[in-house]
Ligand binder design. Structure first.
Ligand SMILES: CC(C)(COP(=O)(O)OP(=O)(O)OC[C@H]1O[C@@H](n2cnc3c(N)ncnc32)[C@H](O)[C@@H]1OP(=O)(O)O)[C@@H](O)C(=O)NCCC(=O)NCCS
Length: 202
């Protein structure tokens, strides 16, 4: 859910972040079919309608099943949907062995039997092309990061960014991230950012 039960919204100066619903499908199917938006997410190709449908269903299920998930990001002033931002599960190999970089996977089902993994929460962001360059991704990500630390009290939060994804590296850097580790995801070497979490006060 990323948001705790009973919490419906995160708000920032210009944005509202909320759980996705089925009526958001048209927007997300459109942006995920845009080659420029899709280039550095997952397999990198524009998503078909079926792929986006599976993705939205999995996202909504992850609210319940994993207590995590990507949130829809809308503009406060007019309610327009802009993109998504939130926490997704990521399993990272604890010992890379002879490999140059530890492998990671999005779900437990993908992890090979012989791999030992740590369960991490990955902070991600994706916005419609027409809404790039306004600081929306950074504003949304900053609020999810603060919520993850201060309310969810997660021990750490990570982000995985493809080497060529310059805009995404800039978002992570503006959040104070430093890419100090390489990981392998979907057969590609990527940069891992790590933000320390915080234990909630009792
Ligand atoms: C990654 C992505 C979200 C970054 O979008 P973005 O618009 O560059 O990032 P932000 O929303 O933080 O905006 C920052 C830019 O807005 C500008 N900006 C304008 N008004 C601003 C404001 N009020 N506040 C902050 N920044 C502002 C900043 O100067 C900055 O521009 P610069 O990077 O050219 O210096 C976007 O490129 C995207 O959706 N890509 C496709 C999906 C993807 O790759 N996701 C990430 C996978 S790891």
């Amino acid at each position: 859910m990323t948001l705790r039960p009973g919490t419906e919204l995160l708000t920032t100066e210009r944005l509202v972040l909320r759980r996705m619903r089925s009526s958001d499908f048209g927007f997300f199917a459109r942006i995920q079919a845009d080659p420029e938006v899709a280039l550095y997410i997952g397999h990198g190709r524009p998503r078909t309608v079926d792929e986006s449908l599976l993705w939205l269903n999995a996202t909504v299920s992850s609210y319940e099943n994993l207590g995590l998930g990507q949130l829809a990001v809308a503009r406060k002033s007019d309610g327009a949907l802009l993109g998504r931002c939130g926490l997704s599960p990521l399993l990272i190999e604890i010992e890379a062995g002879a490999r140059t970089a530890p492998r990671c996977w999005w779900s437990r089902e993908e992890v090979p039997e012989d791999a030992r993994v740590s369960f991490e929460r990955e902070l991600g962001w994706t916005f419609a092309r027409e809404h790039w360059g306004h600081g929306y991704a950074g504003e949304a990500a900053r609020s999810v990061l603060a919520y993850a630390r201060e309310v969810l009290a997660l021990p750490r939060i990570v982000s995985v960014v493809q080497r060529e994804n310059v805009r995404s590296h800039r978002v992570a850097a503006r959040l104070g991230g430093v890419p100090d580790t390489a990981v392998e995801l979907m057969g590609k070497i990527m940069d891992l950012y790590e933000w320390p979490g915080r234990v909630a006060e009792t």
